[in-house]
Ligand binder design. Structure first.
Ligand code: PA5
Length: 465
């Protein structure tokens, strides 16, 4: 495995017992970690949760690859319409493999470009559409529920935009990813004869990056989805091993759970030192927040648990966040995401300028500098007794990315087991969705319209004092 987990700076030997884990604390929790593995395995074997099976779904990988091959050359832009788990995986993959900022399309000289419409800010949507031509745009609309207001509304705009220009041929420029049995998107896809891929019912949005949800946009934009799934498959095999010295996801879950619950670190900072992993940080924030932020445990006891994920980009955020991280509340644990070998080195010219502030850098590389900055930040945080650990990807390619995404998903599932919560539901987002339906006049949501009206009345009274 060419992904490594360095836990040294989480230990009391490095940061003292108040913030760091003692050998005794770690030893004592090994049994619970192994039970978490066993319990999660049982649920996966029973078919309750499906993400571990995704990288082995050869038929899906083949079908998506063939679809991408058939469509190749017919578009210069892939426009993903989706939100949350239906968009962030595509963003993570594109950012890592093709360069940052897929929405803006900056930096990548490669076509097709990827535009991700994961919001209903009218300016964002209209400005993005203004950069695309219907004939050369392939729209991928993704919604597990088939009913998310944001995705449905933006797709309605794009559908009309395509049809105005292309008439009956518009359907060829649309691919749908949704659940097989439910939702109006599936009904529309059948009616319009859109090419459709299905998301297994036992795979939740934020765990779906290696299903058609992430694979379709990836394949259409030239990412090698076979290698991605190979890396993920290898990590899956490792993640089922009942051995904490080799099972990276389980070991990381065990130590993060302890650092959080024993040492009070309620904020998890994901700190990639690579712009290519910035999209993955956005993806991870959703995974960690929605999976572990829960009102009740599995016994129905109110626990209001959750560890707040924060993304920080090295080195950029050293000049923005690190002051807080060093001297602010001792409530954070940091996970550096390091790259062993960058594909480009960023050579700094050898020629000296004659000024010390410049000349020590002459002949070195940006790769060496970003690595030194990461090591320096880890050392500085450690001196301040701030727990931190490092996950290193030997390089950023499809294989490593697939393995890393799968490691994070297993780690999240294992922490969920250790907390005895259901990491796979998201009841907390439902109420807001229902209020939105009521406000937009959707049939069947009158109760929520009444509740919202009552909320507004209370607000009115509160403002009057
Ligand atoms: O993780 C999840 O399940 C959610 O974040 C969903 O991905 C998000 O709400 C979008 O749902 P849908 O795919 O149904 O549009």
């Amino acid at each position: 495995m060419s992904i490594h987990f360095d836990e040294a700076n989480l230990t009391s030997a490095m940061i003292g017992e108040a913030h760091g884990l003692t050998i005794g604390e770690v030893k004592k929790s090994e049994k619970a970690a192994l039970s978490a593995l066993e319990s999660f395995k049982k649920q996966v074997d029973a078919g309750t949760y499906g993400f571990p099976h995704l990288p082995f779904d050869k038929a899906m990988i083949k079908a998506v690859s063939e679809h991408a091959k058939a469509k190749a050359g017919s578009y210069d832009t892939v426009c993903v319409v989706g939100i949350g788990g239906s968009a962030l995986g595509a963003w993570a993959l594109s950012c890592a493999m093709r360069g940052p900022h897929p929405v803006q399309g900056a930096f990548s000289t490669k076509f097709p470009r990827l535009v991700i419409l994961d919001n209903v800010d009218p300016m964002f949507v209209e400005d993005a559409i203004a950069t695309m031509t219907p004939k050369k745009t392939h729209v991928v609309v993704i919604a597990k529920s088939g009913a998310t207001a944001e995705s449905v509304s933006v797709f309605m705009i794009l559908k009309a935009w395509l049809e105005k220009a292309l008439g009956k041929k518009a359907a060829a420029n649309v691919t749908v990813v949704t659940s097989e049995g439910t939702g109006d998107l599936k009904v529309l896809a059948t009616r319009e004869k859109y090419t459709t891929f299905h998301l297994p019912a036992n795979v939740g949005g934020r765990f779906s990056v290696l299903s058609a949800v992430g694979l379709v946009p990836a394949a259409l934009t030239g990412i090698d989805i076979k290698k991605l799934c190979q890396g993920a498959a290898e990590m899956t095999s490792l993640s089922w091993k009942a051995d904490l010295s080799v099972n990276l996801a389980l070991r990381a879950a065990q130590l993060h759970h302890l650092t959080w619950t024993l040492k009070g670190k309620t904020i998890q900072v994901a700190f990639p030192y690579s712009n290519r992993l910035w999209g993955t940080a956005a993806w991870f924030q959703q995974l960690w927040a929605e999976s572990l932020g829960k009102a009740k445990n599995r016994q129905g006891v109110v626990v209001n648990t959750g560890q707040t994920p924060v993304g920080a980009l090295g080195t950029t955020d050293q000049h923005s966040q690190v002051q807080l991280y060093m001297e602010g509340p001792a409530d954070k644990v940091f996970t550096f995401w390091a790259v062993g070998k960058f594909a480009k080195k960023g050579a700094i010219p050898k020629a000296k300028i004659g000024l010390e502030g410049f000349d020590y850098l002459a002949g070195q590389t940006l790769e060496k500098l970003i690595t030194a900055e990461r090591l320096a930040t880890a050392a500085a945080l450690t001196e301040q007794q701030r727990p931190n650990c490092t996950v290193t990807l030997d390089k950023v390619d499809e294989w490593h990315l697939g393995a890393f995404l799968q490691m994070m998903e297993f780690q999240t599932a294992f922490v969920g087991e250790l907390l005895d919560i259901n990491a796979f539901d998201q009841d907390g987002v439902e109420l807001g969705k229902k209020f939105t339906f009521a406000l937009m006049g959707r049939k069947g949501f009158d109760d929520y319209a009444d509740r919202f009206a009552e909320y507004e009345r209370r607000q009115f009274r509160a403002r009057k004092g």
